[in-house]
Design a protein around this ligand. Structure first.
Ligand code: ATP
Length: 256
């Protein structure tokens, strides 16, 4: 069974079908890339899976359970975490505080319990801090756990976002253009951290314009054009597919 099963999904804005009957499966353990020319519908599909874009038709299943009507936080609690194209970190909080926020879909402490300061609350706080520290360590940021997030470089901030997404211990990590805007010198660490996370068993789905990165990182790639499925396959199959090449012709140098 696929871990994520996107079936005949349509997202319409008025008369425009930004995603038009798309089907995609993500197998456990994969790094799956979604690519396509500008306006192909990648971001819309990504947002539909994460739950911030309502479907006009179709189903999305996570481990066989339909999730398309669930709120983003409910999907997160079921194991779907995401990062954003634009940084969503809190610069005035420490690195560890930023990551601890990512644990909340799993947290069991309600407002009342927290207010009463029950021992179970303290125990959970310690656990959340431990998990957050572990994720920072994985991203190579543990030595700066108490520093302000605003002091990080852009590439490091991207790693912090990944650490925060991992705090909920997701099964699927969805990355929206993980190296967009990251200077060339800082891209390699982000790519190798994504590989590390995947080696630990987290399935990854990413949208990215940088073809070199997509081709080197992904096990399988889905290509979209005008909201529809164009092709799917390994990086080798995709880069030699004549339809894919022609879809990109006119797109300046395939953003490479
Ligand atoms: N909120 C919206 N309202 C109306 N149209 C939208 C909206 N969001 C996206 N679209 C349109 O849907 C189509 C797909 O857009 P989308 O951003 O998903 O494509 P994309 O493949 O992510 O493009 P890019 O690579 O440029 O980010 C485009 O024609 C876009 O103008």
């Amino acid at each position: 069974m696929a871990l994520l099963d996107v079936e005949n999904v349509r997202v319409s804005f008025g008369g425009l079908h930004a995603v038009d009957g798309l089907t995609m499966r993500v197998q456990p353990g994969q790094i799956k890339g979604i690519i396509g020319p500008n306006g192909a519908g990648k971001t819309t599909l990504f947002n539909a899976i994460a739950g911030i874009q309502k479907l006009s038709a179709g189903t999305i299943k996570l481990q066989g359970t339909e999730i398309q009507t669930l709120q983003p936080y409910e999907r997160a609690a079921l194991g779907l975490a995401r990062t954003f194209q634009n940084l969503q970190i809190f610069p005035d909080l420490s690195l560890i505080e930023n990551v601890m926020i990512g644990y909340h879909p799993k947290a069991r402490t309600g407002f009342l319990k927290a207010l009463l300061g029950l021992p179970s609350v303290h125990k959970e706080e310690i656990k959340i801090e431990e998990v957050a520290y572990e994720k920072l360590k994985l991203m190579g940021l543990a030595d700066r756990a108490t520093r302000l997030a605003g002091d990080l470089s852009f590439g490091e901030s991207k790693l912090l976002e990944i650490a925060r997404a991992l705090a909920a211990e997701p099964q699927i990590l969805m990355l929206d253009e993980p190296i967009a805007g990251v200077p060339a010198s800082e891209q390699a660490p982000v790519v190798s951290m994504i590989q590390e996370v995947n080696k630990l068993g987290v399935t990854v789905v990413l949208v990215e314009h940088n073809m070199r990165m997509v081709m080197s990182l992904c096990h399988e790639i889905l290509v979209m054009r005008s909201g529809c499925y164009l092709a799917e396959g390994t990086p080798g199959e995709i880069s030699s597919n004549p339809e894919v090449i022609s879809a990109y012709l006119g797109e300046e140098a395939v953003h490479a």
